[in-house]
Ligand binder design. Structure first.
Ligand code: NAX
Length: 317
């Protein structure tokens, strides 16, 4: 049998991780022949709760879960890992300014970037979920100097899945009949959901507002933010990263920009359509962009540049 994959999930005592860990452990992502070791990282005050999560994983008696390690030390958590799923982040408290939230989070991702650089496998893949996801991902990649920036990506798959499901509902077709919806830019309200290249039976497009405001709608209804759908989207993202995208299909993820693609400035983690093979992504180039789309893609790029520049003011060099 295969060597176990070492997978670290941060924010492991939180609500997204509660759904995510089970799906990773039971073979939904890496397949039924791939054993896993799960390493759970959270902060010291959460160690009690995290112990409970570890107990529950054990109680599932899963054949593929070889070991569960719970820790509050990033250097223990990232030791020799193949994959890190960075869900943990400082949540926005009432009255907190965006700038203060950014400041708290970039510090966390600076520390974690340095730690992963020191102890993880050099070909580790890192998926950032905790918000502001794109900028946290950029900061982390910046501090993990010996790990290629291409190994980092951030989650916009939940937005893509939301768009896909809404188009399918409108057209009254199965979710799986809608393909190649794109999310451009930031995982924030400036993101641009783009159905103009989607494959579907008729040409109806999704209203962007419904996707951009969907997170807020879930909070209003459930009183908690998206968790099952977020965990499922993380699994979709990681599965595509590990197994590749299907022939003729692509997916959206936040990846490092090269300054040569779709007018997006260099050095931001921007959500693009990508094809994946052998755990490496490449841009889907050459898609037509309308004037309307262009202006939306620029607006979300501008926001990311501003977020990056604010973040870097808070960081040591
Ligand atoms: P929870 O508040 O339930 O869980 C977060 C967990 O992270 C907590 O257990 C907390 O103690 C832990 N944590 C905080 N700082 C940490 C650190 N330095 N190291 C390790 N763990 C740390 O939040 P949850 O609902 O699980 O959401 C987690 C994050 O995902 C949030 O930042 C949220 O905004 C973000 N999301 C991002 C999405 C995306 O598409 N990119 C969608 C879903 C979600 O909203």
């Amino acid at each position: 049998t295969a060597e176990p994959l070492r997978v670290c999930v941060t924010g492991a005592a939180g609500q997204i991780a509660y759904s995510l860990l089970y799906q990773l452990a039971k073979g939904d992502v890496f397949g039924q022949d791939q054993p896993v070791i799960l390493i759970l990282l959270d902060i010291p005050v959460m160690m009690g709760a995290l112990g409970g999560v570890a107990m529950e994983l054990q109680d599932c008696a899963l054949p593929l879960l070889k070991e569960t390690i719970a820790t509050d030390d990033p250097k223990v958590a990232f030791k020799d890992i193949d994959l890190a799923i960075m869900v943990g982040a400082m949540p926005r408290r009432e009255g907190m300014l965006r700038k203060d939230l950014l400041k708290a989070n970039v510090k966390i991702f600076e520390v974690q970037g340095k730690a992963i650089d020191e102890v993880a496998k050099k070909d580790v893949r890192v998926v950032v979920v905790g918000n502001p996801a794109n900028t946290n991902c950029l900061v982390m990649s910046q501090y993990a100097k010996t790990i290629p920036k291409e190994n980092f990506s951030c989650l916009t798959r939940l937005d893509q899945n939301r768009a896909q499901a809404q188009i399918a509902a409108r057209l009254n077709v199965k979710n799986t009949e809608v393909r190649n919806v794109i999310i451009w830019g930031n995982h924030s309200s400036t993101q641009f959901p783009d159905a103009s290249h989607a494959k579907m039976t008729n040409g109806d497009s999704v209203t962007e507002r419904t996707v951009q405001k969907r997170g807020a709608a879930v909070i209003a209804a459930r009183k908690f933010s998206s968790a099952v759908s977020a965990a499922k989207a993380i699994c979709d993202h990681v599965r595509d990263l590990w197994n590749g995208t299907k022939e003729g299909e692509w997916t959206s993820m936040g990846v490092i920009s090269d300054g040569n693609s779709y007018g997006v400035p260099d050095n931001v983690m921007y959500s693009f359509p990508v094809r994946i093979k052998n755990r490496k992504w490449e841009f889907v180039n050459g898609l037509s962009v309308s004037d309307f789309a262009r202006s939306k893609m620029e607006a979300t790029a501008n926001e990311l540049v501003e977020e990056r520049d604010t973040a870097f003011q808070f960081l040591s060099t």
